[in-house]
Design a protein around this ligand. Structure first.
Ligand SMILES: [Zn+2]
Length: 275
């Protein structure tokens, strides 16, 4: 008889210690409700392999996000969109991490579809749901959150919590072009004229003065000229801080528009492909 094998099976038995039926049901219910296996293990104080044994079949497949399939421009686009309309998912208790994007359910389905295509290309399924006129896209991925944090961080000042860019001066040109397209899709407009196709420039709106300064530097870094306007919030506006309008005139925007990943630019009828 091989004593080695006996040792191993004794060890296995110890790991998969017997649980009461109630405990097994509790674990299975948590996993069925969407909690990850690891979070369920922490919550029920049962070790991971035991939880895995009893509830694996109920777990939502946790797909892995593979960013190597993204081009620099595509990654830049995701970061740009996140700066404009994204927020962190950081639910330490349930073990959920990732990013959440808020879109206009009526007007931005094409943008949602681009984001969804990008994430699915990287092997990650996204959760979409709409509440009223909002479409929320959730991407559960710790690695996504980590990557985003390499480009964007939160600072707290007396006006609240703001996103600021991390070391934008070292970003590549392609990444920066992707970023610009993403932030225009989230927080900007491509200016149009009803009677003619094409665009009349673009504008990015932000209430965050530090981000506004960083955007101006990025745009100058692309070799473009830009102007910044400042407007006090209207009476109906919720915020107290003024809005900054970072404008790119028609001629300046035309120098890069064909190199952008930008759905709002694609909508203007300017002869170009987003990829
Ligand atoms: Zn154009």
């Amino acid at each position: 008889m091989d004593t080695n094998n006996i040792k191993i099976s004794a060890k296995q038995k110890l790991r998969y210690r017997r649980l009461t039926n109630e405990k097994v049901e509790e674990i299975q219910k948590l996993v069925k409700d969407g909690l990850s296996l690891r979070a369920t293990a922490r919550k029920t104080k049962v070790n991971y392999s035991t939880v895995h044994l009893h509830a694996k079949q109920f777990a939502k497949r946790q797909s892995v996000l593979d960013f190597s399939v993204f081009s620099e421009k595509e990654l830049g686009y995701v970061v740009g969109f996140y700066v404009g309309d994204g927020s962190r998912i950081e639910e330490k208790r349930s073990g959920h991490f990732g990013a959440k994007f808020a879109l206009d359910a009526k007007n931005d389905l094409d943008i949602a579809s681009l984001l969804q295509t990008l994430f699915e290309k990287s092997g990650k399924r996204v959760t979409l749901y709409s509440v009223g006129s909002w479409l929320t896209m959730k991407v559960y991925s710790k690695s996504l959150l980590k990557i985003l944090q390499g480009y964007v961080e939160y600072v707290i000042d007396n006006e609240g919590k703001h996103k600021v860019l991390v070391n934008p001066s070292v970003w590549s040109r392609d990444f920066t072009l992707g970023f610009l397209g993403g932030i225009i899709d989230a927080d900007g407009h491509v200016l149009k004229n009803k009677r003619r196709i094409g665009h009349f420039g673009a504008v990015i709106v932000t209430a965050n003065p530090k981000l506004a300064r960083q955007l101006v530097k990025l745009i100058i870094g692309l070799g473009l000229e830009t102007t910044v306007g400042k407007a006090q919030p209207g009476i109906t506006s919720f915020g107290k801080s003024p809005n900054y309008f970072i404008r790119l005139g028609k001629a300046e925007f035309s120098k890069v528009c064909k190199d952008l990943v930008c759905i709002k630019h694609g909508r203007c009828g300017c002869d170009t492909k987003p990829f």
